[in-house]
Design a protein. Sequence first.
Length: 300
Amino acid sequence: MAVACHSEDKGCALRLSYAGSLPTTSVLFALKKQRACGIMFLMMNQFATKNNKMAPAVGRAFAILRLLSQTKEPQGVTALARALGIAKSSAHALLEALLATGAIEHAGKRQFRLGPLVEELGRSRHGNRTLTEICQPYLAELAEQMGQTSVFGMPIGDRFRIVSVVEGRGLFRVKAVQDRSIPLLAGVVGKIALAWEIVSVPQVLPRFTKDSVGDVSALADELERVRAEFLALDRGEYLRGVYAAGSPILNGDRLVGIVFSAGFQDHLGEEGLVSLGRAVVQAALAVSRELLEWNAELRR
């Protein structure tokens, strides 16, 4: 008998799709988990205000972006507030708004620098392909090669925005919803974000499943491996019964995006996860190389 399982929970950014003979235990656990978890949150504009209050805020926001573009080092709240002649509380509110849009990003130790959105806009202004367009053929090749759903996304504030998706070709596949988001500390995304220090290690690590890493010292050792190998692996740590592999997209040494691929544990297994990891790293490295070549062309 054939069975088809698919989540109708529109609040989830990652959905699990199954069509075929009766699903295995891990597939059922994963489907049950993702139905209940409420992973997905629509990114809402939290900064809408009356028109007569918007202009000063917009002007100050652009002043912050200009200051960050003119300084070689990341800047903190105090320095930016002093430069703009405004209260620290006001500067902090503006920085939170810019973080939420991806216009700036954390640079560690409460410092900030320009974010991926600014680079995307700059490329569009000069008629170049965006990072999303660079990634697309590599995602398609990765999905075709490994048969698993492949995703490109960017950290924005405390969330990871799913920018582009190529679904796997098998009956068993993970579905990712474009333009939705998941927690920044989720699975392979979280390990990469922590390894490249765009977010600090929290005192209490989030527990998405019973297999989530809960020990800070154990996580520190794993983050060293992630940084050295450009590879993060998830063995059911974000969604039970789902394995994933992720790799950073870098502009120099700065994290600008993440590529990951995910599939069911029963169909990947450990050997399949290792192979998936190798393929994901190759795809992310190819994107990073192409991005560096374009940056070099822009400077000519």
